[in-house]
Ligand binder design. Structure first.
Ligand SMILES: [Zn+2]
Length: 522
């Protein structure tokens, strides 16, 4: 596809596009990328393109802006759920050799959730993947959702973005600019994006990153192997295709941006249907005897419907819809997903007592595999600002259970419960501290740790943790401000913790260096 004219750009867009243009024009010579990296790129002939390092840098700069976008959502429950799909897919892709060690180590392989209610997912440079809540809400099984993730993962593993950014390709900078505009346009609260859509470039913008048909075919083929290799039901690919096709027939009002970047040709559909019987053949990869990625690891349908309900509620800010869900979930014989949506809607409407009562009913009748999701919902309601007045005795019990749990959502809600109840704070701090040692890029964990440390009266540590939360999202200026503030604390507070003070000094130098590096690249 060719982009004839320049779409209207706001200063923010212009800044992005200029950075992207610079990155695209300053590519290393097209020869040698493949040889240097040693990455094995099957089937598509021309492997030359952007280096892995350059692609990652470009991806990081896009991710940095997404982190600041009001539609970016780090919901602990949905992040954990998506990870239970994403990690087995990534594991299968590695085991199959689709993701060689160098790509595995140097790309981000990170999902970024957007509140957007339209059905979409997209691969970004550097191994970042955008996932709309609308996609999660529209899927009926984990296999359907995983099939889209597997397809997008394969665009990354086959280095389709780098291949599009070859130096010779005159269209490449525009493709890149259009893709990024598309990413922005795909997010609801960006006025400029809406203005851009209204313009004559609507089609170009909506197309996002327009991969070639060969690339789409390859992402289908590799993605299908990854999906089945991870132990997901192969039919997920087909039912997802059918769902999208049906949506395409019914309406094309822009609520399915995924369809624009992935036109469903009958050839693709037929190809996917033909693959299903093959899924049990040895071709499908390490499906048998791989406990971590085996079929047993795929989440039960009952859990998926709760998560889809959660995505639906979190993508909606209008109180009218929330009230409607609240009412529907209280009907006799309401399905568990409707009850979950009702409890979460009541919570978001500030009606804590009602939210808690519905969540308790749901938990009492919870299907296998969904107990933890209901318990977490109860805890989430109890740590909300309106629940304090309830003075509910179950807060301490649920807090201690969560702090003894193993998931990130357990840890984050457990710590919030420690703050809300002013109890078990030291235990929460110790667990968060251990977590951020293993996951230093977890901004929300650092932020929560900062609050817990403040509650414990550890001001120096609290300010440093806040700095780390900024650094984790590549806001090095914000991180530096806080590290300097930590060094300016009253002497009594600084000197009470000489070890931490030494760490602050080391981190300040490191962050200054990172800030210089990122200034050089812009
Ligand atoms: Zn695709």
């Amino acid at each position: 596809m060719v982009f004839h004219a320049r779409p209207p750009l706001s200063p923010r867009f212009r800044r992005w596009s200029v950075a992207v243009l610079a990155a695209a024009l300053l590519l290393p010579p097209s020869a040698g990328t493949r040889a240097q990296s040693g990455v094995n790129l099957p089937s598509l002939g021309d492997g030359a393109g952007m280096s892995i390092a350059a692609e990652r840098r470009l991806g990081d700069s896009i991710a940095r802006d997404i982190y600041r976008d009001p539609d970016y959502l780090d919901d602990p429950v949905l992040v954990d759920y998506l990870q239970t799909l994403w990690q087995p897919l990534l594991g299968a892709a590695r085991a199959r050799g689709d993701v060689p060690p160098e790509l595995s180590d140097r790309l981000a392989w990170q999902l970024l959730i957007s509140r957007d209610k339209r059905v979409n997912a997209f691969a970004l440079p550097g191994g970042y993947l955008g996932v709309h809540l609308g996609l999660v809400a529209a899927t009926e099984s984990s296999a359907e959702l995983a099939s889209v993730l597997a397809h997008e993962l394969s665009h990354v593993s086959q280095r389709h973005i780098a291949r599009m950014l070859t130096k010779q390709d005159q269209a490449a900078p525009w493709l890149m600019g259009a893709m990024i505009l598309g990413v922005l346009a795909a997010r609801a609260n960006v006025d400029v994006a809406n203005a851009a859509i209204a313009g004559s470039q609507a089609v170009a913008i909506q197309n996002q990153l327009n991969f070639s048909r060969d690339m789409e075919r390859e992402a289908d083929r590799v993605g299908f192997g990854v999906l089945t290799g991870a132990g997901f039901e192969p039919l997920g690919f087909v039912t997802m295709f059918e769902k999208l096709q049906q949506a395409a027939r019914l309406n094309d009002d822009g609520s399915f941006p995924y369809l624009r970047s992935h036109p469903l040709t009958s050839e693709r559909m037929a190809d996917m249907r033909a693959r299903v019987p093959l899924a049990d053949a040895p071709l499908a990869g390490p499906r048998v005897g791989a406990p971590v990625t085996g079929p047993a690891a795929t989440p039960p349908k009952a859990l998926h419907s709760l998560m889809a309900a959660r995505a639906r509620v979190l993508s909606e800010n209008g109180p009218d819809r929330q009230r409607a869900w609240l009412q529907a979930g209280q009907a006799p014989n309401a399905a568990p997903a409707a009850q979950y949506a009702a409890a979460l809607s009541a919570h978001r409407l500030g009606q804590s007592a009602q939210a808690l009562s519905i969540a308790r009913q749901g938990r009492a009748a919870a299907a296998p595999g969904t107990q933890d999701a209901w318990a977490l919902l109860q805890l989430e309601i109890l740590v909300g600002p309106n629940a304090r007045a309830l003075n509910d005795a179950s807060l301490a019990t649920l807090r201690d259970q969560a702090l003894a749990g193993s998931t990130r959502a357990d840890l984050l809600f457990g710590a919030q419960a420690a703050l809300a109840s002013q109890g078990a704070l030291a235990g929460a701090a110790a667990r968060l501290q251990a977590w951020v040692v293993a996951q230093p890029k977890d901004a929300q964990a650092w932020q929560t740790l900062s609050r817990v440390q403040a509650a414990l009266g550890q001001r120096l540590r609290s300010v440093r943790s806040e700095a780390e939360a900024r650094a984790a999202q590549m806001d090095y200026g914000g991180a530096l401000d806080r590290l300097r503030a930590a060094q300016m604390l009253p002497a009594a507070e600084r000197n009470a913790d000489p070890m931490e003070l030494a760490i602050v000094d080391v981190r300040r130098r490191e962050v200054e260096e990172l800030l210089r590096d990122s200034a050089r690249q812009e």
